[in-house]
Design a protein around this ligand. Structure first.
Ligand code: SOE
Length: 388
């Protein structure tokens, strides 16, 4: 029998992320040989009735409506922040102060100033921490990282990312309230920059290193929307779309584009990296594939078969591929929910080995710096240093 310790979870929020994280907690020990078994102790939300239904469905032992009670509870080890962005700061500070481990949804904070304080708080408290940038745990993206680290791309020239959705095109989509807080700038902080480009930036800096300078243009296509809670029509403060140019510390150039107005695109998250020795391309609409172009040079005594060179579409489902040995037989794929399970497994293995699991709060702070510089640049129309 595997020796197991309990990892007692206090889950903040029961929305989309509450579900993806709860699923990961429930499946962890079935798929990964870790020695901590998550116990779903408490879920916390303002709406007690909905939280109770969530608790009943996923198996949480109790419901709380006051988050302070959860961060102070002696029977909880890990605070998982899956609530809207404007709550992350206070909850993370309080959790760290109470000596809890903290896993937080992205974007880490509403601003660099908040993210800096949060990073200091978890580091001073010495508590394990992680931000749920789940796309790092798509096996094909983790394979891209491996290919880069193996030196197969060579000198990088270009990085190109897009993150497109279409769910806010209708002018009658309200802002604010359950599920729609992403449109309310007071709660979300920003629009696509913090919500979608934060993912693209995290992946980009993981694969291609720090982004040092940016120049951006944002647009808000629908200027006024009804607030779902107050019923009042009010100005829209978020960026509906954002495009920016970037310079990386390694000398390569980047373009990033994100919008919620790309009709037909639901969660189109792509990147391409072009280097002297090869290129990589990924598209979340075909998540189990990584495309790789290898530049083959004529080797002495060996004929270069240039008529056969081209892009390889690698089906990332072999047991040699990242995470895949935990799942099914080669050729079968895993899904979106597994990216959270993989992230949780890495986090728990980090606790067990004493090594921090990336992306930590400190790493997510770097992403926050780029997001803030992007928004700053869009306001001023000029290039901004990111400070990363
Ligand atoms: C927005 O629609 C959203 O749910 C983001 O908040 C998530 O981070 C992204 O992964 C999917 O889209």
């Amino acid at each position: 029998m595997r020796e197991m310790k309990e990892l007692r979870i206090g889950m903040m929020g029961y929305g989309f992320m509450g579900r993806t994280h709860s699923n990961a907690y429930k499946r962890l020990t079935d798929f990964f040989p870790v020695h901590h078994k998550p116990v779903l102790k408490a879920v916390c939300a303002r709406n007690a009735e909905k939280a109770q239904a969530f608790a009943d469905n996923w198996g949480y032992e109790r419901v709380e409506t006051d988050w302070r009670k959860v961060v102070e509870a002696p029977d909880i080890d890990l605070i998982d922040i899956g609530t809207p962005n404007d709550t992350h700061y206070e909850m993370a500070l309080a959790a760290a102060k109470n000596g809890k481990m903290v896993c937080c949804e992205k974007p880490l904070a509403l601003s660099v100033a908040q993210a800096e304080e949060m990073t200091k708080a978890v580091e001073d408290a010495g508590v394990p921490n992680m931000v749920w940038f789940n796309y790092r745990r798509v096996p094909a993206i983790a394979l891209a990282k491996q290919v880069v680290d193996e030196g197969r791309i060579g000198r990088a020239f270009h990085y190109r990312a897009t993150y497109l959705q279409d769910w806010t095109i209708a002018t009658d989509v309200p802002q604010g309230g359950a599920g729609l807080w992403r449109l309310d700038s007071d709660v979300a902080g920003s629009g696509v920059t913090g919500d979608l480009l934060a993912h693209s930036i995290d992946t980009a800096m993981w694969l291609n290193g720090p982004i040092t300078r940016v120049v951006a243009k944002t647009e808000t296509f629908v200027k006024e929307r009804v607030h779902a809670v107050t019923g009042k029509v009010q100005p829209v403060g978020i960026d509906d779309a954002c495009m920016f140019l970037a310079e990386f510390a390694n000398g390569s150039m980047g373009t990033f584009e994100s919008t919620r107005y790309a009709r037909g695109r639901k969660n189109f998250n792509t990147f391409e990296l072009n280097g002297a020795d090869g290129s990589l391309y990924f598209d979340l609409e075909e998540p189990e594939y990584l495309q790789y172009f290898e530049y083959l040079q004529k080797q002495s005594g060996k004929k270069l078969e240039s008529h056969l060179t081209g892009w390889r579409k690698i089906h990332v489902t072999n047991s040699e591929h990242p995470y895949m040995n935990r799942y099914w037989v080669p050729g079968t794929c895993i899904g979106y929910e597994h990216t959270f399970l993989n992230a949780l497994a890495d986090f728990v293995m980090g606790i067990e080995s004493g090594k921090p699991t990336e992306p930590t709060f400190r790493t997510a702070l770097q992403t926050q710096k780029v997001c803030d510089a992007v928004l700053d640049s869009a306001r001023s129309g000029s290039w901004k240093e990111t400070g990363v």
